[in-house]
Design a protein around this ligand. Structure first.
Ligand code: 6R9
Length: 656
């Protein structure tokens, strides 16, 4: 949608009023890893601050220069420095006498499990690294990884990092076609997969998808297959069983130092248009920022905390906050294979109770789903170990934030709403749990060392109370270095909208205190009678109605107002029978008008059983716009569940 290119349009509206504040608990504030002075320290000497954070890592060779920004927007961080990422995540903890500490409590969906200490992880990673070498994989080669959430996934990533191969993890649910284009784009030599994984109580096959994909990927020499479900698989000459090859390797391997800018991984992000973009992350700066932010934002105390991020590793959140950040910090984490409702809707809370999880990080979509299932489910479990809760992936609606804090966090844990992107590599804007008086729905402030702002069409900083485009004004250590194989697209996509600024593609507003509220992708902003209205605000208003569990809002072409607001609503489980009729729709329309003003009143409300989402839980508004504008439904290949659009079509005759 191009309405945002028009310099005469108003910037995003600032409709939402939210006055609740949640200051940190006194004991957390007292003992917090990072206190308020960090902001000032970083503001006074940003590069000095990041150099200090880089010292959390073990470098084989110290860097000559913290940042080389002589050829923007191509950054080099810690130029001249050398380190091995896998050594930093594993070996150094063993060498420091912490080999017996648990790295992962892995919980398989069927109820099986495995505990991996740092010493176990070291042996496993070494064996896998030796196996990759035996298969001919060398420094600089690309390896595709298409695995379920089993220990072999982080082990494979670390084995690549150890020998300097660049991994490209592809979501275990993507189609053969999606896998093939990603393998081709990166020219991967090897793909690591499994016979299958468990999802919703059933084995779900992976190997056949790989077989189909690699029929047409000439760069692939071998397929390394982990046995997970025991399902029968077709065997091809290029297949190698993990259980044969890796198991017979030596568990000794010496990690070699890599240059700070050595490519660590490529992760594909679909974007709204065009081919998926291969976002490239490198070693030293990336590991520095994921380690620092994991320490600062979650207040991780490695000796006592049990940390759990429920994301899939196939999403950047899993890369940075299941694998690299927590391991660099020597954390003990939970790694869970399955879905939150298998075998019952309390499974997550049962896992938290079982392992005494103290820090939990999940997505708003999951929180809203749990709200829909009802408060009584988490209430059956002992969640008193929790002390910090995190949210990522979308703006968190104030109602979901408060529900999360009250029902999961016993009304006392801070909730950190963390804004970042695949491209930023690590958290950029977030409260600090021991410092910030949180506002429900606000990501608050850029972290120490990060310079962000909200600007208007002309790149002028908007005053407090204003809205506009979120930009990053200075390079940061974990920034993407380019789009794999396409420097031009990198410059065009992120650095061309505003001269010298990184344009994130998100709308945001600054409240009267200067705190930041994220308003969703600017492509999703609606233009109603000349007003730019954010989908997020209208969705939050709908979710604040006691009978609404989830909602998605889109702008549909309207002859009178330009665009009109169309809302899709999932009622709460206990909302009763009367949620179908026109009366309920009117009640919701009035509720929005009352919360945000008459301009934000939806033209139409559609009651639906599900919403179309990507695998990281983001609503695919593009598909809902197709429904709202009575068009055929577009490309659904990145949907988490491709049957959702059929469910919606059954309900709404227009959605065919
Ligand atoms: C980490 C991740 C990035 C986009 C981003 C924004 C949205 C993520 C958010 C948030 C509001 C938050 N987003 N976190 N919006 N508040 N706390 O999600 O990466 O999958 O690349 O998505 O997600 O729109 O631009 P990625």
């Amino acid at each position: 949608m191009s309405q945002n290119q028009n310099p005469n349009q108003e910037t995003l509206s600032n409709l939402l009023q939210e006055n609740r504040r949640f200051p940190p608990p006194a004991d957390l504030a007292e003992s917090a890893n990072v206190k308020a002075d960090a902001y000032e320290e970083a503001a006074n000497d940003r590069l000095g601050f990041w150099a200090k954070q880089a010292d959390r890592l073990t470098w084989s060779k110290r860097w000559d220069e913290v940042l080389d920004w002589s050829n923007p927007p191509f950054a080099k961080w810690f130029e001249g420095g050398e380190l091995n990422v896998a050594y930093n995540c594993v070996d150094r903890h063993v060498e420091a006498g912490r080999g017996a500490k648990v790295a992962f409590h892995w919980e398989g969906e069927p109820g099986d499990g495995r505990t991996l200490t740092y010493a176990d992880l070291q042996r496993e990673v070494n064996k896998a690294a030796n196996a990759l070498l035996e298969l001919g994989v060398r420094k600089g080669d690309r390896v595709a990884i298409y695995l379920p959430m089993i220990p072999e996934l982080p082990i494979s990533m670390l084995a690549c990092a150890r020998i300097g191969a660049t991994h490209s993890v592809v979501f275990g649910g993507f189609s053969a076609d999606a896998l093939r284009t990603r393998i081709d784009d990166a020219q991967a030599r090897l793909v690591i997969t499994a016979d299958g994984g468990y999802r919703r109580g059933k084995p779900s096959a992976l190997k056949p998808t790989v077989d189909e994909a690699v029929e047409r990927t000439p760069s692939i020499e071998h397929v390394l297959v982990v046995r997970r479900t025991g399902a029968e698989v077709a065997e091809n000459p290029r297949d190698v069983w993990w259980n044969d090859l890796v198991e017979r390797q030596s568990d000794q391997h010496t990690a070699e130092p890599m240059e700070a800018e050595h490519p660590l991984y490529i992760l594909y992000t679909s974007g709204t248009t065009g081919n998926p973009k291969g976002i490239l992350h490198t070693s030293g700066g990336y590991l520095t920022q994921v380690a620092y932010t994991h320490h600062a934002v979650f207040d991780l105390k490695p000796e006592t905390d049990v940390y759990w991020c429920s994301a899939d590793i196939g999403w950047v959140t899993g890369h940075s906050y299941i694998v690299y950040g927590p391991l660099a910090n020597g954390a003990t984490s939970v790694l869970y294979e399955g879905t939150p409702d298998t075998p019952h809707k309390g499974r997550w809370w049962e896992v938290i109770q079982k392992y005494g999880v103290t820090i939990f990080y999940t997505a708003p979509t999951a929180i809203r789903t749990c709200m829909k299932w009802g408060d009584d489910i988490p209430a059956r479990f002992d969640l008193s170990s929790l002390r910090v809760l995190g949210s990522v992936g979308e703006p968190i609606n104030p109602e979901a934030y408060v529900w999360y804090r009250e029902n999961i966090g016993a009304g006392k844990t801070p909730v950190v709403d963390t804004w970042w992107q695949t491209e930023t590599g690590a958290i950029m804007i977030s409260p600090l749990p021991g410092v910030t008086a949180g506002k429900p729905g606000a990501a608050m402030r850029p972290l120490p060392g990060i310079v962000a702002d909200v600007v208007d069409d002309q790149a002028n900083s908007v005053p407090n109370g204003g809205g506009g485009f979120l930009v990053l004004k200075e390079p940061w250590p974990s920034m993407l270095r380019t789009i794999w194989g396409d420097d031009e697209r990198y410059v065009k996509t992120y650095w061309s909208r505003f001269d010298g600024l990184y344009f994130a593609g998100d709308g945001a507003k600054k409240d009267e205190d200067g705190d930041l509220w994220l308003l969703g992708r600017v492509d999703d902003v609606m233009l109603v009678s000349g007003h730019n209205i954010s989908t997020t605000e209208v969705e939050s208003a709908l979710v604040s109605h006691p009978k609404v569990a989830e909602s998605a809002v889109v702008g549909a072409t309207d002859p009178v107002t330009g665009q009109a607001i169309v809302a899709f609503v999932i009622p709460r489980g206990n909302a009763g029978e009367d949620v179908e009729g026109e009366e309920f729709a009117k009640e919701l329309r009035d509720h929005v008008a009352k919360s945000l003003g008459p301009i934000a009143k939806p033209r139409q409300i559609m009651i639906v059983p599900e919403l179309p989402k990507t695998r990281s839980g983001k609503i695919m508004r593009r598909l809902l716009r197709d429904v709202a504008e009575n068009r055929g439904i577009g490309d659904v290949t990145t949907l988490a569940d491709s049957t959702v659009m059929d469910l919606i079509a059954e309900k709404l005759p227009s959605a065919k």
